[in-house]
Design a protein around this ligand. Structure first.
Ligand SMILES: Cc1cc2nc3c(=O)[nH]c(=O)nc-3n(C[C@H](O)[C@H](O)[C@H](O)COP(=O)(O)O)c2cc1C
Length: 206
């Protein structure tokens, strides 16, 4: 190989390894502050979501941005939904639900527009929305922001789903809370040995 091509190839490979090293450092952050990504950074994050694997090219991904003033209205919806689920819901829980969107710079409701009775099973359509969420978390991290995938009772609440445009069988797969991490904690990486086996062809493991 021409030495300049070899140099370019090896520097590209280093860049790619560096990007993967950065991804190994991704971690979720529950305590977020401004700034949240916006403009070209947010566009890039959303575009990465739209590069998720997608069986049958159904493109089930739907992302709902909740930010700025809209967060207060969304907080009201969370509180109303919690009261509907449990009229005796303790005030402390309602206060937590109200505070969460208000202190989160950007929420992305990630959902799947599900096609029922399709050759591609609903579970695969949901998995594709989940893959989009993960792609976005990785992009958020690579751009120097932080995020966390959150579900909880509200993500499964029919009223909250409907208020974000998800009528059954379509549904949320969760929210990405996005902003900038106040503190960066060390990453606890699982051991490969606990999760990976080599199949030996006999039905057992080696
Ligand atoms: C589908 C899904 C839903 C989640 N829901 C919550 C949640 O409601 N509350 C929470 O504290 N963590 C939730 N998590 C876990 C966090 O997003 C995060 O992955 C976890 O705290 C581990 O941190 P790490 O991503 O840095 O390893 C959820 C994760 C997934 C994949």
């Amino acid at each position: 190989m021409d030495s300049s091509i070899a140099d370019r190839t090896s520097s590209r490979s280093e860049e790619r390894r560096h990007a993967l090293d950065l991804l190994l450092g991704r971690r979720s952050a529950g305590v977020l502050e401004d700034p949240a990504p916006f403009g070209p950074d947010l566009d890039l994050i959303l575009d990465l979501g739209l590069r998720a694997a997608d069986h049958g090219r159904l493109r089930p991904w739907r992302f709902v941005l909740i930010r700025g003033e809209a967060r207060a209205a969304f907080a009201d919806r969370l509180v109303a939904a919690a009261r509907r689920r449990d009229p005796a819901a303790p005030q402390a829980l309602l206060d937590r639900y109200r505070a969460w969107p208000l202190r989160t710079p950007l929420l992305i409701g990630v959902g799947a527009a599900i096609r029922a009775n399709h050759a591609i099973p609903e579970s695969e359509q949901l998995l594709s929305a989940g893959a989009a969420a993960m792609n976005m978390l990785n992009a958020i991290h690579l751009l120097g922001y932080a995020g966390m995938w959150v579900t909880g009772a509200n993500a499964y609440d029919a009223g909250i789903n409907a208020s974000l445009g998800f009528e059954p069988p379509s549904r949320l797969v969760g929210f990405l809370a996005v902003g900038t991490a106040r503190t960066v904690a060390a990453v606890d990486r699982p051991s490969r040995a606990d999760h990976v086996v080599e199949w030996d062809g006999s039905g057992g493991t080696a």
